[in-house]
Design a protein around this ligand. Structure first.
Ligand code: NAP
Length: 298
């Protein structure tokens, strides 16, 4: 069924990868008629069959070069570690004037792994919809995922502004607020707001897993006291998170260093019975929680 022409932002969209984020974007595109034709590429036929069953594609292909042929917009929706190979594969299929964007959680990767492969006349607009759940795969996708969240775009200084506007409009139609920033700055900010919290969750849940059996049972039994929230975060896709830490190495190591110093200071306060340091720190962090609620990012 073709979309009314007035709503169409891109005649043909190609999605490379259709898990939680790719499928959610496809739902938005379908719901609002933002494209006349969607082609989806993934690694496995099972994923493509599921995408067709969900009504999210007009065509599917296991060949990424074939999937991008004639596409006006190409959206990379795979783990970051796949970008370099995908860029090499799609290079011959990209038409002049096409826009290549992505949804990855680290933005430097588009400049290091994708940009060198793009032919002249193809625009690159890196993007990160800051929205997600711990679920993966096409069935996990839903159109409302992006509503009232931020989408950060990190174009290079010479990127065509028309291309940036079109990608911004795509995410705006999905309900997102748009922020434009430098890729390195994005990676620093997200290292603290997203990557470090995931690393902490993986560590805490890992520590619990290594406990002796009797204690482990108790941890699960009383998990509502805080541990449960960490288990949700630590259930996130292992491959995706492996790639985020490998690709955003420097920024993550920087915030991890700061975090370790702060943790050591609290450790010392506990050992010394220094209640005022603990109370002062917890009072400050309580105010941060209010800020998050005020920004409607709960
Ligand atoms: P996902 O649910 O695990 O889906 C990944 C998709 O990529 C699958 O369709 C998979 O295909 C495909 N894929 C993997 N390697 C591929 C390759 N070499 N070539 C073609 N397709 C390939 O992942 P996701 O949660 O949507 O995350 C995708 C991207 O979004 C990541 O870069 C992540 O950093 C970013 N992101 C994630 C979240 C989040 O909360 N999940 C939030 C914001 C941004 P098969 O199923 O066939 O293997």
């Amino acid at each position: 069924m073709s979309a009314p022409e007035k709503d169409v932002l891109f005649p043909r969209i190609a999605l490379i990868g259709a898990g939680l984020i790719g499928a959610s974007l496809a739902h938005v595109v379908r719901r609002d008629g933002l494209a006349q034709h969607i082609t989806v590429n993934a690694r496995t036929q099972g994923t493509l069959d599921k995408v067709v069953e969900l009504g999210l594609a007009d065509a599917t292909s296991l060949d990424a070069a074939e999937a991008v042929t004639d596409a006006d917009l190409i959206v990379l929706c795979t783990p970051l570690g796949a970008y370099a190979d995908i860029a090499k594969t799609i290079k011959p299929g990209l038409k002049p004037g096409a826009i290549v964007t992505d949804v990855g959680s680290c933005k430097a990767t588009m400049f290091t792994d994708v940009a060198p492969q793009l032919p002249d006349g193809v625009h690159m607009v890196p993007g990160h919809p800051v929205a997600g759940t711990e679920h993966s795969g096409p069935e996990a996708g839903f159109a409302e995922l992006f509503q009232d969240r931020w989408c950060i775009l990190t174009p290079g200084p010479d990127t065509d502004s028309g291309a940036v506007d079109k990608v911004a409009e795509l995410w705006r139609r999905g309900g997102m607020n748009i922020e434009i920033m430098d890729a390195a700055h994005h990676d620093q900010v997200l290292a603290l707001t997203s990557h470090l919290p995931h690393l902490i969750a993986y560590t805490i849940v890992g520590t619990a897993t290594d406990l002796e059996d009797e204690l482990k049972k108790e941890v699960f039994k009383y998990s509502a006291s805080g541990f449960r929230d960490f288990t949700r975060i630590a259930a996130s896709d292992p491959v995706m998170w492996r790639d985020i830490f490998l690709k955003n190495k420097d920024a993550v190591l920087d915030v991890l260093g700061r975090f370790t110093e702060d943790l050591t200071a609290l450790q010392r306060a506990i050992r010394k019975g220094d209640g005022s340091t603990l109370e002062e720190r917890f009072t400050k962090t309580r105010a941060i929680r209010r800020g998050v609620l005020d920004a409607k990012q709960d």
